[in-house]
Design a protein around this ligand. Structure first.
Ligand code: CP
Length: 329
């Protein structure tokens, strides 16, 4: 059991080794049990977390804030637009200064080509650990909650279990590519066979896919890509886990109109009961939320017996508490 996480940043999914992720999950289950039993667990008493948001959030903000309070500390909600960042506060200044006030700095910055770089520059200057609340490349805490949920539903040994990470159509906005990228990086390390499905214009970052394929080879798992304009149905055969959600096109993430035009070609990429029926009888459906209801996924699937989206959202709280307790003490 590797426990040396104190003071460490968590920006990329691979910042922690597989053994360290196992430690986080162990702690997360302990904290989940303690909360259920009403056992106080103030591991971060008098500690503070800065939560700096450049982008909206429901679950991430709420779960980090609740988690810090349950650990005996305090989380400060800071929106970039109410700071002096637009008037010149640099990444170095944010890292230096917030790192002196707080015991951890959590940041959400999803702007394409900007977010991940921002987090790393703040981390370079900060004496306190930097935690990624989602950037343009990774959503690592979401992925830990996903892994915890899959293990709760499918058992701790995930070898030979098939996860389908599929693009789906959405009309609301061009969603970041960070969730599917985190999934394809983390799941092979835990033995899962990955099938990645998307329309031709919606690939993930080539360097992330290459890294994921290398991890699949190292862990002797399979990694299949299906890029078929006709839809996601073929990917679903015999799936244990279906993670179908929308993401924006890589090359046009900075051009919302062009991105939406591309997206609108694929309205038939909706996760529905017919596609779900091609998966295993006990398959689970996952989505990080928010979902475009009846556009990205049907209500029948989202609210149906295979959906685990609320357990998945709950587990954000437990894994984040585990990461904070291990890194910020
Ligand atoms: N899943 C997720 O990150 O949700 P929010 O965008 O609401 O934080």
């Amino acid at each position: 059991m590797q426990t040396n996480l104190r003071g460490r940043d968590f920006i990329s999914d691979l910042d922690f080794s597989k053994e360290e992720v196992e430690t986080i999950l162990d702690v997360a289950w302990d904290l989940k049990r303690k909360r259920a039993l009403g056992v106080p667990h103030p591991y971060l008493r008098d500690k503070t977390l800065a939560m700096l948001f450049f982008f909206s959030s429901t679950r991430t903000r709420a779960s980090f804030e609740a988690g810090m309070a349950q650990l005996g500390g305090h989380a400060a909600f800071i929106e970039s637009k109410t700071t002096q960042i637009s008037h010149g506060d640099t990444e170095k200044e944010i890292g230096e200064i917030l790192g002196r006030y707080y015991d951890g700095i959590a940041i959400r910055h999803c702007d394409w080509g900007v977010g991940n770089r921002y987090l790393n520059l703040v981390a370079e200057a900060s004496r306190a650990p930097v935690l990624n609340m989602q950037c343009d490349v990774y959503h690592p805490h979401q992925c830990l909650a996903d892994l915890m949920t899959i293990m709760e539903k499918k058992g701790r040994d995930l070898r030979r279990k098939k996860i389908v990470v599929s693009w789906a159509y959405a009309a609301s906005y061009l969603k970041p590519i960070s969730v599917p990228q985190s999934l394809i990086l983390q799941m092979p390390r835990f033995g899962m066979d990955v099938t990645l499905a998307y329309p031709p214009e919606f690939p993930l970052m080539p360097e992330i896919v290459e890294q994921a394929q290398q991890l699949a080879r190292e862990n002797k798992t399979s990694f299949e890509i299906i890029s078929d304009p006709d839809g996601m149905a073929a990917a679903m055969d015999d799936a244990d886990v279906i993670y179908a959600k929308s993401w924006g096109p890589l090359l046009t993430t900075t051009d919302p109109e062009e991105g939406k035009r591309l997206q609108d070609k694929y309205k038939h990429w909706i996760m529905d009961q017919e596609k779900l029926s091609r998966a295993k009888d006990d398959a689970i459906y996952m989505h990080p939320l928010p979902a475009d209801r009846d556009i990205e996924v049907t209500s029948e699937v989202l609210d149906g017996p295979h959906s685990v989206v609320f357990d998945e959202a709950e587990n954000r709280l437990h894994v984040q508490k585990a990461v904070m307790a291990l890194t910020m003490r």
